[in-house]
Design a protein around this ligand. Structure first.
Ligand code: GLA
Length: 726
């Protein structure tokens, strides 16, 4: 059984395929014991009793100085009760103070998992088990549930929580973390995926843990381009194939806080959750609220297994089952025409997509309301009759007659001030009374915490899309939340607006999925601004970045795969301007994920179209290796002159090497000339379907020469091998 409890020593053991997580109950508190490689029966590590005595560490009972919450490794620490480190939960009680202290009451081991109301979470399978621990704070009158869900096969354990107010009055949750983990020692580095718009998720920094607090967060109301919720804590020598690596992530798309803190006793506290700056929740008597799910994994063999564990978790427990059907190769109108679209252009564009062997055409921004540029029309979800004279349904029928499927762009959470929606309901936007509202891309954010807004949007989409056979929605979000205030919520509930906003967003996603069950949803937020597990749970894939330059994309995609699988990574070949080398480079970079195209193929030379047809045909011969295969990094573009990796599925291996002589690459440059496919079958012979070359598994394992690149003037070139066992 993945979860067990032994009464004699009050020990909980949570096991996955390769890992063990253990804690026990001492004096009503949950004391962390171990997280790491699967170990034998005895699990007592750095928290052996009696604990060390530290001066200035508070203790509960005279004479029991060895037991202090300030020095013990705790499962879940609360504010103000004697632990001076950063804590996971702070509740302001009816008396007005925020001292919080929960004690163990009971526990249950459940089959499956506990669902989180209106927030996506990992899907349980037949092996999934959940430990549900009840704790009570008699002073504040609150009940806390800590949940541990074990996803056995992918070595992932998740943590989430709920608080129920039984105090008879209001309390306020002022800080809330879903996951807390005390690790032995300080000898770690922290790796995060920080970035910026068009430069998302950069994997080239390691920050040593020190005696202080490292905090990585988003205060933007979105998981953000600027700081992804993923983080890893690893030993200082850990690399791709060696060393302890702990990976963490948050299944949530709003503001968050990740913390890593080295303490005086030589321990390191790791926390993931909603944080405190953008979260302050008044909980009424009798009400229950949940903290979203945070996930963790452990690898004893470096970053490679950590990534693969998270890839498995995402593919098997996050991404909707239906998304696993073959993903379409799309042709998107944005970089082709920007806002200048109409029915005839789009029908011709669809015909060109069909001619190039693609599956679907996507009509991006510019089809609705007064939306002919980014200054007007957002919020008015009715078709622009100047551009689509007969309406959507007859136009989409023309598109489908060309032989491709049809996708459409929406940005439900937004309104331009110049829109009928805003003119009718200025109070439906996020704002604070008496305060000016900031613009961003000439738009405001709708108050998705207000159920009336959600119902209005449903009604509008329902009417506009009635009878229109839509196969795909691209759901965008093109600004962050400033002046976080709701005209709908009362004064005491303002601090919960962002959390309720996300619940509103997820409920609208749910409605889309139920109302258009055959349509897939691609997520976008100015590119990869909500590249997070919760969005992956309600969509099929995510637009990785608005930056489609092959050189920057090499870095963004390499980094994104540290935490997320290729199956969700939407990658388009943008305009090669008739340059065949550029087309080849862009293709070989884009095949790292879900392939699509995004430029005006109507105006492209015949030889480019011919090559695109060949690319799409070829991609179909190995797309499953990319979306469903195991992924191995070989060479980092931040550390060497080559970005290299391979995917393996059954008898097939897809190996890529991108020569990165570009200026975009920073860091140390180790030359890379050989690529070793360590997992190849030593007894087999493989044939490269692209060149016909054969090679033994033994040679692949030892490493094959990359050979000469033929870089263009920017210094970049790419190679691709598709090996199939003979
Ligand atoms: C965002 C998206 C783009 C495109 C535009 C349309 O920037 O990332 O792909 O959809 O919006 O306005």
């Amino acid at each position: 059984m993945p979860i067990s409890f032994t009464r004699e020593n009050s020990l909980f053991r949570l096991t996955t395929k390769n890992t063990l997580y253990a804690f026990d109950i001492v004096k009503g508190k949950l004391i962390h014991r171990y997280y790491g490689k699967k170990a034998g029966a005895v699990v007592k590590t750095f928290a052996d009793e009696p604990g060390d005595v530290w001066s200035f560490a508070p203790y509960a009972k005279e004479g029991e100085v060895y037991f202090s919450l300030d020095t013990q490794p705790l499962e879940y620490s609360c504010f103000g009760s004697g632990d001076f480190r950063t804590t996971a939960l702070r509740i302001k009680n009816g008396a007005g103070n925020s001292v919080t202290g929960f004690d163990y009451v009971s526990h249950k081991i459940r089959k499956g998992r506990v669902e989180i109301p209106n927030i996506p979470c990992g899907r349980a399978d037949e092996r999934t088990q959940t430990l549900d621990i009840t704790l009570r704070d008699t002073a504040s009158g609150c009940e806390l549930h800590l949940y541990y869900t074990v996803f056995y096969d992918c070595d992932v354990i998740s943590r989430y929580a709920s608080v129920t107010n039984k105090s008879g009055g209001d309390v306020v949750i002022e800080k809330w973390m879903s996951l807390a983990l005390d690790l032995p020692g300080h000898n770690y580095d922290v790796v995060s995926l920080a970035g910026a718009h068009c430069f998302e998720r950069v994997f080239n920094e390691r920050t040593p843990v020190f005696r202080g607090n490292l905090s990585m967060c988003s205060r933007r109301g979105a998981s953000s381009h600027q700081m992804n919720p993923f983080m890893a804590v690893c030993d200082r020598k850990a690399d791709e194939n060696h060393g302890d690596v702990y990976g963490f992530n948050f299944v949530y798309s709003g503001s968050f806080l990740n913390e890593v803190e080295g303490d005086q006793t030589g321990k390191t506290r790791v926390q993931v959750g909603l944080g405190e700056e953008n979260f302050n929740y008044r909980l009424k008597d009798g009400e229950t609220v949940f903290a979203p799910e945070a996930v963790m994994t452990y690898s004893a063999k470096g970053f490679g297994p950590m990534s693969r564990n998270f890839h498995h978790f995402t593919n098997d427990h996050i991404v909707p089952e239906k998304a696993k059907e073959r993903r379409p190769v799309v042709l998107n109108s944005w970089e082709a025409f920007y806002f200048d679209i109409d029915e005839n252009i789009m029908v011709d564009f669809a015909a060109a997509a069909a001619e190039c062997g693609m599956d679907m055409v996507i009509m991006d921004d510019g089809w609705f309301g007064a939306r002919v540029n980014d200054k007007a029309g957002l919020g008015d979800w009715y078709v622009n009759r100047n551009r689509f004279k007969e309406g959507l349904a007859p136009y989409v029928e023309r598109v489908k007659n060309t032989g491709v499927k049809f996708g459409i762009w929406v940005e439900p959470e937004m309104a331009n001030p110049d829109s009928d929606l805003f003119r009718a309901h200025p109070e439906w936007c996020i704002r604070c009374p008496e305060r000016p509202m900031s613009y961003s891309r000439s738009q405001y954010v709708l108050d998705m915490a207000n159920p009336e807004v959600i119902e209005y949007l449903k009604g509008m989409f329902e009417e506009t899309f009635r009878g229109v056979p839509i196969d795909y929605f691209k759901w965008d979000m093109n600004r962050h939340i400033s002046e976080p205030g709701s005209m709908y919520l009362g004064a005491e509930d303002q601090g919960s607006m962002e959390y309720r906003y996300m619940q509103g967003v997820y409920s609208l996603f749910k409605w889309f999925r139920e109302t258009y069950p055959d349509a897939m949803i691609e997520n976008c937020s100015g590119g990869g601004g909500r590249y997070d597990l919760a969005m992956m749970a309600v969509c099929s894939q995510i637009w990785t970045s608005d930056n489609t330059n092959a050189r920057t994309r090499t870095l963004i995609q390499y980094s994104s795969m540290l935490a997320y699988p290729a199956s969700v990574m939407s990658c388009h070949v943008s305009n090669p301007h008739g340059n065949m080398h550029e087309l080849d480079l862009k293709y070989k970079v884009a095949v790292n994920g879900v392939l699509g195209y995004e430029f005006n193929v109507l105006k492209t030379p015949e030889e480019v179209k011919e090559e695109i047809r060949r690319q799409v045909r070829e991609y179909r011969t190995f797309d499953r290796v990319i979306t469903d295969g195991e992924y191995y990094r070989l060479s980092s573009p931040y550390e060497s002159d080559v970005s290299a990796y391979y995917f393996e599925l059954g008898d097939q291996i897809l190996l890529s090497a991108i020569h990165t002589n570009g200026k975009a690459v920073i860091g140390r440059k180790k030359p890379c000339t050989k690529l070793a496919v360590r997992t190849a079958d030593a007894n087999a012979t493989y044939r490269d379907t692209r060149t016909g070359m054969t090679v033994t598994g033994e040679q692949l394992k030892k490493g094959i020469e990359i050979g000469e690149f033929a870089p263009d003037e920017s210094g970049w070139d790419a190679k691709l091998w598709h090996f199939v066992k003979e």
